[in-house]
Design a binder for this molecule. Structure first.
Ligand SMILES: *Cc1c(COP(=O)(O)O)cnc(C)c1O
Length: 360
């Protein structure tokens, strides 16, 4: 068996310890005589799994008691519709468009009401986060929406926007559990887990309790009401059982590592190694404004498409895989999520140095 360093943006690397543990439990979960994949979601054994998963993410993020944690399906993309269906009471919401995912959410919301573009960084191919300290925000907005870490472009909101008292909704798919957050500042904070937490198929929605009501847009399907899932503790229908089990294991792994303060420290250290190299290289360059750099997704280019392709190919041969940039931007992108060890980043940087020397 040989594992590679996987820099994929998602589905992405998971902690090896977690995978080993899951492998050990594959045929017989704790004496149940069956795999978690085979058991009833209504069984006692599974109930413990999902309840512990919820408690562990609550502990990790210090989630206040007036927030619910929902384990849902449909990916982050389904939330682009579910959020307006449940929150757009005045049929008007504001969007800060900082990349493809924010743009998709903005476009989807237009199906349900008026989506107001409050700010955008599209003028410079989403290479920065606009100044959101004093936005012109209409009074009658139901909420302000952001994508906190832009997976494709590699930017991150270092400061949350001033929403001027409006509810903040954030997609944190690619920075989930990468550092401490103040959940109380959000109405909803949500993300698909396949970037930084677990296997694809689960989306975690952390939502302030008072936002969970029957007062949703007409025609909202039962499955797309937060209330349906909140009233049934995420067990209204069969949840993505195995995915939730894996997320639970990752939560325990994070707790063992020292929690989100420790993850932040490690993530900053890893990102620094890569950014320092990019800032000093004569061949490779970062593509976004330094002040807005993501700790999780690091895009870079050589400025020469053939050289980029050669780099991606040779890196893969050296066991550094999935470094190709998103199809919409090209170049390279290294996603260095929680589960990417520091050695992976160090190996990448030494490979970049060798490549630079060999291709001058
Ligand atoms: C990957 C990603 C999405 C889309 O997630 P799906 O689960 O595929 O719908 C949305 N937002 C962000 C920030 C992402 O990184």
């Amino acid at each position: 068996m040989s594992r590679v360093y996987n820099f994929s943006a998602g589905p992405a690397v998971l902690p090896e310890e977690v995978l080993r543990e899951a492998a050990e439990e594959m045929l017989d979960y704790k004496g149940s005589g069956m795999s978690v994949m085979e058991m009833s979601h209504r069984s006692k054994v599974y109930d413990t799994i999902i309840k512990e998963a919820e408690q562990d993410i609550r502990d990790l993020m210090h989630i206040p008691d007036n927030y619910r944690v929902l384990f849902l399906q449909g990916g982050a993309s389904q939330q682009f519709a579910m959020i307006p269906m449940n929150l757009m009471k005045n049929r008007k919401a504001g969007f800060i468009v900082t990349g493809q995912w924010a743009k998709k959410a903005y476009q989807e919301a237009q199906i349900y009401g008026e989506a107001v573009k409050l700010a955008s960084s599209e003028d410079k191919t989403f290479s920065y986060i606009p100044d959101c300290s004093n936005l012109d925000i209409p009074d009658d907005l139901d909420y302000v929406y952001i994508c906190e870490n832009n997976t494709i472009y590699g930017t991150k909101f270092r400061q949350l926007p001033d929403t001027k008292g409006h509810l903040l909704v954030a997609d944190v798919s690619s920075c989930f559990l990468s550092e401490p957050v103040d959940v109380g500042r959000y109405g909803i904070i949500y993300g698909g887990v396949q970037k930084n937490i677990g296997p694809a198929g689960v989306v975690i929605v952390i939502i302030r309790e008072d936002l969970i009501t029957e007062d949703v847009l007409e025609g909202t399907p039962t499955m797309l009401k937060y209330k349906t899932h909140a009233d049934n503790d995420s067990l209204y229908n069969t949840p993505p059982c195995y995915g939730i089990y894996m997320c639970g294991k990752v939560f325990k792994w994070l707790k063992n590592m020292g929690g989100l303060e420790e993850m932040k420290k490690r993530n900053e250290e890893k990102a620094q190694i890569l950014y320092d190299f990019l800032d000093n290289s004569s061949m490779f360059h970062g593509t976004v404004e330094a002040k807005d750099r993501s700790l999780m997704n690091v895009p870079f280019v050589t400025g020469n498409k053939e050289l980029d392709a050669k780099f991606v190919e040779e890196a893969a041969k050296a066991g550094l895989v999935n470094l190709k940039g998103h199809r919409s931007v090209g170049g390279m992108r290294a996603s260095i999520y929680n589960a990417m060890p520091k050695e992976g980043v160090e190996k990448l940087v030494s490979f970049m140095k060798e490549f630079e020397a060999a291709n001058k």
